[in-house]
Design a protein around this ligand. Structure first.
Ligand code: PLP
Length: 311
């Protein structure tokens, strides 16, 4: 994820605490892997990013299920099922004493062989958890995007449904170039040049009070995306999942991103286009903030927004 405004913290490999690794807790600094690991050389690695709110991992089981599914998509089977991963994650969060934090489960093929085809290789799983503020630490003040020259590949070109390290080289390059251009993050188009997503978040346009978002074909099927679609429908907003050309950005009244790290993040600019942080985005920022903390009450629908049946 790009655009992070990190507080001063020790490097990731030099912290106190423990990491859950292959079934047990090991001292943080000793959670190492061999340099000849398949996951390092060929992208045989999958991961999740989870948030802890009030000591609870939001949508934990959905994330564990996606980790298992990503591994399957990459041709390997995790030695733990989603229920066992849930329990391991809760243990890592409890031992870390976290109330507000981030969790990084990661699974990778080991160093048994450097053959590309490593069907029988060992598979390792680690879960690290640490205190973590929002990616954009000053809250939903809005972020500025630059359209990237890198595109999300077609589903028959790369395993786009998997949350695999093999795909994140793209987001890493795109994010770096966006930051070098003075923007917070990159907007990637898909292989056909249609609107896709940011480096670590899904994209929504607000057009005439309705939400429009690309279908999860070339973009990650985000858990926050699903949550926000459900919240929007509860608020009576129409949600349309469809492919969109970049020119549709000129029709949008508001633009925002959704992701575990980004939460609901207003977009205030895409290239030369500027956007306000409008009523629909603000209503969803608030609804999401209440939902992650398990609060039942829903805020009132945004004033002036077009209401319709959920699409
Ligand atoms: C490329 C990409 N798209 C979208 C998302 C948002 O997914 P989620 O809401 O499940 O965090 C992420 C974050 O995991 C991501 O890396």
């Amino acid at each position: 994820m790009s655009g992070a405004q990190s507080p001063v913290v020790p490097p990731l490999d030099d912290r106190d605490g423990v990491i859950w690794l292959d079934g047990g807790l090991v001292p943080w600094r000793e959670a190492r892997l061999h340099v000849l690991s398949h996951g390092l050389h060929y992208g045989g690695s999958v991961f999740e990013g989870e948030r802890v709110y009030g000591g609870r991992v939001f949508k934990l089981h959905e994330h564990s299920l996606r980790l298992v599914a990503s591994a399957r998509e990459m041709g390997f089977t995790l030695p733990w099922d989603a229920g066992e991963l849930d329990a391991a994650t809760r243990e890592a969060v409890a031992v870390a004493g976290l109330t507000e934090g981030y969790v990084r489960p990661v699974a990778w093929r080991g160093s048994d062989t450097l053959r590309l085809v490593a069907r029988d290789s060992s598979v390792h799983v680690a879960i690290a958890a640490w205190p973590w503020p929002q990616v954009f630490a000053s809250g939903p003040r809005g972020i500025r995007l630059a359209t990237s020259r890198w595109r999300r590949p077609a589903p028959d070109t790369a395993p786009v449904r998997a949350k695999t390290a093999a795909l994140y080289a793209l987001g890493s390059l795109a994010g770096q170039e966006a930051e070098e251009a003075g923007r917070d993050d990159a907007l990637l188009l898909d292989h056909r040049g249609r609107l896709a997503e940011a480096t670590g978040a899904n994209l929504f346009l607000v057009i005439d009070g309705a939400l429009h978002t690309p279908p999860p074909e070339c973009v990650l099927d985000g858990i926050t995306r699903r949550t926000v679609i459900a919240l929007a429908r509860e608020l009576g907003l129409e949600v349309v999942q469809r492919h969109m050309e970049p020119a549709e950005l000129t029709r949008a009244d508001e633009v925002f991103l959704t992701g575990t790290a980004y939460e609901v993040q207003p977009v205030t600019a895409v290239d030369a286009l500027d956007y306000p942080i409008g009523a629909v985005t603000t209503a969803l920022v608030r609804a999401y903030a209440r939902t992650v903390r398990g609060e039942e009450d829903r805020p009132a629908p945004p004033s002036g927004a077009a209401m319709g049946e959920g699409g």
